[in-house]
Design a protein around this ligand. Structure first.
Ligand code: PA5
Length: 429
């Protein structure tokens, strides 16, 4: 397999020498990360997962996906955070470039508590054939639990208890949690989330793979890309490891008071990929009252909203640009006799050409305005590339978090809002 992802630090203002000062620390973290994969209590099961994944479970995922494709127009994915963003990232990124099309539309609930949002989906699916994949590692997260209660009821009313049973698929931890208990009692088909893989690192397990497969994505290729990345980024020599270099570059910029990272792209289909990345990095690194704040931008759209701030606002920003070099389709800008819009100077050019020039112009402007840019060049968006990218960011996140001295696998701060909400709801009365 060819390497179709390349890190370019030319516009980052960071010298190779600065990067290489981290080589011994990187070696040490790399070793700790690798050594810890044997210990089931460490959340590092994802490190070797592209090779060690459960092949039996994998076949079950494919079988369930085929069943859903055979009898449903809609798959409702119920989950929040790491339990839905990875699947959505891959599905949206590959909207225009997947091998097989699927007739099943994927909808997402359980990722908010908005009655309007849920009602809209209830109305939309009322005359459609539905299946549900409820995903929760802990099996007790409030948002998906409420959504599951509502949609289970809807399914039972629509198909009867037996009929619903054949259309509800549960992805949760083996033998633990409320969702597991429901699945056992109701005899729903189950897929499992390995104990030693945390939510936001779980996209390459059944959590991400079932919705992807139903959406028509070739998951063999996703895993192939991830396996390629696993091998490629297992080199502890920083000089040859782009994934670790990205982690180091972020830490160097943070040391230079660049504490907000904007992940930008000129390809709107990557919106949810950036949402996934934000969650992965935000929840992994925002600890001990420190860490880079991860944010996102879709260009050129956001050049007309955030652009002014990026160019001339507070100088604590850096950008990481996902540069998709080849698009799957194009449009030639047509010639116009009258030329009232004065666009004939680019007539005959593909719109992707204009997009590329907009990107180059923006990178230069932002760099001149003291916003360092890290560029990640991506040949094209296809299934192996997405598998590769998912693994790239998981591994660099683990490295980056360790370099900044925090545990990238826990999320203690998330409990605070839950405590307050449960108190306000009277859960403990
Ligand atoms: O990364 C994480 O651990 C979290 O974002 C979880 O994925 C999220 O809170 C959902 O948790 P659960 O799958 O237990 O419902």
């Amino acid at each position: 397999m060819e390497n179709n992802i390349k890190l370019n630090l030319e516009y980052s203002g960071i010298s190779n020498h600065e990067i290489m000062t981290y080589s011994q620390t990187v070696k040490k973290v790399h070793k700790e990360l690798n050594d810890s994969t044997e210990d089931k209590k460490n959340f590092t099961g994802w490190v070797n997962w592209p090779q060690t994944y459960d092949k039996k479970e994998y076949e079950k995922i494919k079988k369930i996906a085929n069943k859903i494709k055979g009898d449903s127009n809609i798959l409702i994915v119920i989950g929040i955070g790491g339990s839905y963003l990875g699947a959505r990232a891959a599905i949206e990124s590959l909207k225009y470039n997947k091998e097989k099309q699927s007739n099943v539309e994927i909808l997402y609930v359980g990722n908010n508590l908005s009655a309007n949002y849920i009602n809209e989906i209830i109305d939309y699916v009322s005359d459609k054939e539905i299946s549900i994949n409820v995903i929760s590692k802990s099996g007790k997260t409030t948002e998906p639990a409420i959504a599951f209660r509502i949609f289970r009821n809807l399914m039972e009313n629509k198909y009867g208890i037996d009929g619903a049973r054949k259309r509800i698929f549960v992805t949760t931890t083996k033998r633990k949690g409320a969702l597991y208990k429901i699945a056992m009692q109701e005899k729903y088909a189950k897929l499992s989330i390995p104990e030693n893989i945390g939510g936001r690192y779980s996209v390459l397990t059944a959590v991400g793979l079932l919705p992807m497969a139903v959406a028509g994505i070739n998951i063999d290729k996703i895993m192939e890309g991830a396996k390629f990345a696993q091998e490629k980024y297992s080199d502890d020599n920083l000089k040859y490891n782009d994934c670790y270099k990205y982690a180091v570059a972020r830490n160097i910029l943070y040391e230079k008071n660049k504490n907000i990272e904007i992940m930008g792209t000129y390809e709107p289909n990557l919106f949810y990929f950036i949402e996934w990345w934000k969650q992965l990095y935000g929840e992994s690194e925002g600890k001990n009252y420190s860490g880079i704040f991860p944010s996102g931008a879709i260009y050129t759209t956001d050049l007309h909203s955030l652009g002014q701030y990026v160019q001339e606002g507070r100088r604590n920003l850096f950008e990481t640009i996902l540069n998709v070099k080849n698009t799957d389709s194009d449009i030639i800008i047509n010639y116009d006799e009258e030329n009232l819009d004065e666009l004939n100077y680019i007539a005959g050019k593909p719109i992707s050409y204009v997009n590329q020039k907009a990107m180059l112009g923006t990178i230069q402007a932002h760099v001149d305005g003291d916003v360092p840019n890290i560029i990640i060049d991506i040949d094209r968006l296809d299934e192996t590339t997405i598998g590769h990218l998912l693994y790239f960011f998981e591994k660099s996140c683990a490295m980056s978090g360790n370099l900044s001295g925090i545990n990238p696998f826990d999320q203690p701060g998330v409990e605070k809002y839950k405590e307050n909400m449960f108190n306000l709801l009277g859960k403990y009365k």
